[in-house]
Design a protein. Structure first.
Length: 405
């Protein structure tokens, strides 16, 4: 029998996502339009999200999707049957209208089969994402103008728990703890977390950082922060979220890094990832499992460049287990916190200025990467991060899983 969280837990989760995470910690306003995307396995939370939006006076555009399971596999059917012209299909007028209409987007991650696309040609897996990039660009532009927000949540299934080596109840206990769903007033707790993050974020942004050096037994990586950058975090994008991150100037990435956490991407499990950078680009990549998927992803336009660098302080995160899902694994606390990078697209709201005034050539000049891919790759090993300041001084900003500011 499948585990199902209590009604109170579901109500708390929906309340956090709609009335806190959206609109950058303020919740939605009357008459705003919220798109809700979820698979049928997440129906209990999908229903509560709809209620929360209606109670807040908002409007709903639903995107309710069929599960992939042992009987039906619509995702796999698509990639096995569709020809290139179908994989590249982009309903421009429909998606342009959708981008213009929605004010917020809630996406619930929930999978009954995490490896449903295993064995599919990686080249085919990349095509829909490349084709739909204009839709993402429209939403990024809208977000940069302060007219659109989004958040992600997680609804655990038996298959997801199995991949993480946990029972369903143990898996859900991690979700409940991580999102403070067991608190009497979860939103109050999240406001405290974001206030705490903001103190550190302001200290980071006050430092005139030129370069970051990430050191450990499995890393010696250099990241160039770049012009007009700001550290971000605590905005409501992703629940849970304990990380502080930047979208650096991709051109200044040098060195190498290994990752001890598995990556689930395009229905495949990729393990033992190692990357080497030169002049801002991945020049060497390897993986112990499904290396061909990793390499095909990196071969996608601009997916060989860094779009994000992130740090999580172990003192804030209540996530202590591997969850086999990036949303949680990139926010794990544990003994050493976590450091991670994302290959591909950068966040335009990481620009320290009025993003609405910038044109394509300005983003290129500043070194903000643009790609149809954004893939977070995580490590939970001990790392030291040293900031090389523009005045010639150095400062250790992160060590042993904690910020040192």
């Amino acid at each position: 029998m499948e585990y199902r969280p209590t009604q109170k837990i579901l109500e708390n989760y929906a309340n956090i996502l709609v009335n806190f995470a959206l609109n950058s910690g303020k919740g939605i306003k009357k008459d705003e339009v919220v798109r809700i995307s979820a698979h049928e396995s997440a129906k209990p939370l999908y229903v509560e999200l709809r209620k929360a939006v209606l109670q807040a006076g908002g409007h709903i555009i639903g995107n309710y999707l069929p599960d992939d399971d042992d009987t039906f596999q619509p995702s796999r059917d698509f990639f096995e049957i569709a020809k290139d012209h179908q994989l590249k299909f982009f309903p421009e007028k429909y998606l342009r209208g959708l981008a213009d209409t929605i004010d917020h987007n809630v996406v619930i991650i929930s999978e009954r089969s995490k490896r449903v696309l295993a064995g599919i040609d990686p080249k085919k897996l990349m095509l829909p994402g490349i084709a739909s990039k204009p839709f993402k660009d429209w939403l990024d532009e809208k977000e940069g103008k302060g007219k659109y927000t989004w958040t992600l949540g997680l609804y655990g299934t038996a298959e997801m728990a199995k991949e993480a080596g946990l029972s369903e109840k143990e898996y859900w206990n991690q979700i409940i703890k991580a999102c403070f769903l067991d608190e009497k007033n979860p939103i109050k707790k999240w406001k405290w977390v974001f206030k705490t993050l903001e103190i550190t974020r302001k200290k980071l942004n006050a430092l005139p950082i030129d370069l970051l050096n990430i050191e450990g037994k499995d890393a010696d990586l250099w990241i160039k922060v770049g012009e007009k950058r700001k550290w971000m975090g605590g905005s409501g994008r992703n629940i849970p979220s304990f990380e502080l991150f930047i979208s650096p100037d991709w051109r200044g990435t040098e060195g190498w890094i290994r990752f001890n956490q598995p990556l689930y991407r395009y229905g495949n499990l990729i393990t033992g990832i190692e990357l080497e950078f030169k002049n801002g680009k991945v020049v060497k990549s390897s993986a112990k499992q499904n290396e061909h998927v990793l390499k095909q992803m990196i071969a996608t336009k601009n997916a060989d460049k860094v779009g994000e660098f992130s740090l999580t302080d172990r003192r804030l995160s209540r996530i202590t287990k591997f969850m086999a899902e990036t949303l949680f694994d990139e926010n794990v606390g544990g003994k050493e916190g976590n450091t991670h990078i994302a290959l591909g697209n950068a966040y335009q709201d990481g620009y320290d200025g009025d993003a609405a005034k910038l044109k394509k050539k300005d983003w290129e000049r500043l070194g903000f990467n643009k790609s149809s891919v954004h893939t977070d790759i995580v490590s939970t090993t001990r790392r030291k991060v040293t900031a090389y300041l523009k005045n010639g001084k150095t400062k250790v900003i992160y060590e042993n899983g904690e910020f040192k500011l």
